[in-house]
Design a protein around this ligand. Structure first.
Ligand code: SF4
Ligand code: SF4
Length: 150
């Protein structure tokens, strides 16, 4: 479900010295700032990969998503928001009812990560390997084939 910016809620990240955070974080360069309006917007929603990085970073909770028909009935609004446990979704139906649910998506507190947790590789040696962390483990082999250079 692609994102869109609520212009009433967007303040162009006025309190953030790096500038508009959604513009900074979008991996597809979809989020832009209209200088004449001073508002961010998703310039090409059909190209949105729905990563929700912009949603998680927006300090004003100004980013909503266009709910697909198999997710919400016509006319309902859908707003995800980052919370401590993951993403909390708020759905507001046309009759005024509101539904909230949270998808847990974190195993560590916000602002922390343990990238090699559960992997057996030596992280330093692995920097010189072409394989991804855990690749042989997930493929069920001891070692991945490598190109032998003479
Ligand atoms: S991150 Fe939020 S407040 Fe900042 S420009 Fe984007 S939509 Fe507006
Ligand atoms: S959800 Fe991801 S791809 Fe879509 S506009 Fe936001 S940051 Fe860009």
């Amino acid at each position: 479900m692609p994102t869109y910016v609520d212009p009433q809620a967007c303040n162009a990240c006025a309190d953030v010295h790096q500038g508009p955070l959604c513009v900074y974080i979008c991996p597809n360069d979809l989020m832009v700032l209209r200088p004449d309006l001073g508002k961010g917007f998703n310039q090409e929603p059909e190209m949105c990969s729905e990563c929700y990085a912009c949603v998680k970073l927006c300090p004003e909770d100004a980013i909503h998503v266009r709910g697909y028909a198999d997710f919400v009935p016509l006319g309902a609004s859908v707003q995800p928001k980052r919370v401590e446990q993951g993403l909390r979704w708020t759905v507001r139906f046309r009759d005024g009812r509101e539904l909230q649910f949270t998808y847990p998506s974190r195993t560590t507190p916000i602002g922390s990560s343990q990238p090699y947790q559960g992997f057996t590789e030596d992280p330093v040696h692995d920097l010189r390997s072409a394989a991804l962390a855990g690749e042989s483990q997930w493929l069920g082999v001891d070692r991945l084939p490598t190109v032998q250079r003479s």
